[in-house]
Design a protein around this ligand. Structure first.
Ligand SMILES: NC(=O)c1ccc[n+]([C@@H]2O[C@H](COP(=O)([O-])OP(=O)(O)OC[C@H]3O[C@@H](n4cnc5c(N)ncnc54)[C@H](OP(=O)(O)O)[C@@H]3O)[C@@H](O)[C@H]2O)c1
Length: 294
């Protein structure tokens, strides 16, 4: 097993690159069968990845909520010792008959969701529980307060939020107190850079920032990132690595609090992406990357 450089995520020390498990249950690509899905998680672990991101709503259909969490649990159980692995999950998004997606930040719903995630992941306490998306019918501090209560009750070790703006991050920091907010998970990639304010805000407050869809998303976004942004291809060619690795290395360069979670449905993708944790770009390469965005 390889050892990767690590980063701090709340109370956890995790590999600088994590695994986004969503494409194992849903996404633009063909969903892998169970054997390939488990092999993909195992490839991540073999490559030194010690952080896996899942969510209760990552499932092929509305009536299979928990599918992705169960897959992750199955893969971890069949690997051997995984006590060093941190698993993050999320709650607050609902799916119901007819593939209707919604949000529910009520204490009753979130308590039920946590119990389901505990069962799906086969654990007594969730490592990192993230509020997936704001429920605009609820007051932000009240929902964060529910997460705090769940933490105080010992159901979750650390609290994260997702799809949050700077104001919401500040509210969470206030409700959870100093050091209480472990992470913010927002979309961030070469094609989606508008959450850079949130990325930098997190850095100033010692909160881990987890870029989601860090390569541009499943399908063409991630596959063609070196075509859309040739500088990643050029640097990758010169260094003998993939453009995807260069993208992730650029994101890692934006702060020691940044932990990208590239998705994968194939072992080869995560084996390659994990190596970005050890890829240090030169000042000149970083200037060329930033220059293309001007
Ligand atoms: N909080 C939220 O609201 C939210 C929303 C969306 C996603 N997420 C999280 O973020 C994670 C990542 O986002 P994402 O999966 O949407 O998009 P992504 O990470 O930008 O792209 C994933 C795709 O990139 C491909 N890929 C990965 N590494 C590669 C490499 N080294 N070379 C070539 N291709 C590579 C994979 O292909 P293969 O499938 O062929 O392996 C995969 O389908 C998700 O898994 C999920 O955990 C969170």
């Amino acid at each position: 097993m390889t050892t990767l450089p690590t980063r701090t995520l709340g109370p956890f020390t995790v590999s600088a690159v994590g695994l986004g498990a969503m494409p194992l249950s849903m996404g633009a690509n063909v969903r892998p069968d169970r054997e390939q899905a488990v092999a993909t998680v195992h490839a991540a672990l073999d490559a030194g990845v010690t952080f896996i991101d899942t969510a209760d709503c990552y499932a092929p259909s509305w009536d299979a909520m928990g599918h992705n969490e169960q897959l992750v649990a199955e893969a971890l159980a069949s690997y051997g010792d995984t006590s060093h692995v941190t698993v993050a999950t999320k709650g607050g998004i609902t799916r119901s008959e007819g593939e209707v997606w919604g949000r529910d930040g009520s204490p009753e719903y979130l308590r039920r969701a946590v119990e389901s995630s505990l069962r799906n992941l086969r654990v007594d306490v969730l490592d990192l529980y993230q509020w997936h998306r704001p429920d605009r019918w609820r007051l932000y501090p009240e929902v964060v307060g529910t997460f705090k209560a769940l933490q105080e009750e010992g159901k979750i070790r650390a609290v994260g939020i997702s799809n949050a703006n700077v104001e919401e991050i500040d509210v969470a920091l206030e409700v959870l107190g100093e050091g209480g907010l472990a992470s913010v998970q927002n979309q961030f990639s070469p094609s989606f850079r508008s959450s850079r304010d949130e990325l930098e805000h997190c850095g100033r407050h010692g909160v881990a920032f987890l870029p989601w869809s860090p390569l541009g998303g499943t399908g063409a976004g991630s596959r063609d990132v070196g075509l859309t942004y040739p500088v990643f291809h050029e640097i990758g060619s010169a260094r003998g690595v993939s453009p995807q690795q260069v993208v992730l290395a650029w994101e890692l360069s934006l702060g020691v609090h940044v932990v990208p979670i590239p998705g994968a449905s194939r072992p080869a993708s995560i084996s390659d992406s994990a190596q970005a944790a050890s890829l240090v770009l030169t000042d000149d390469e970083l200037a060329r990357i930033e220059g293309q965005f001007c």
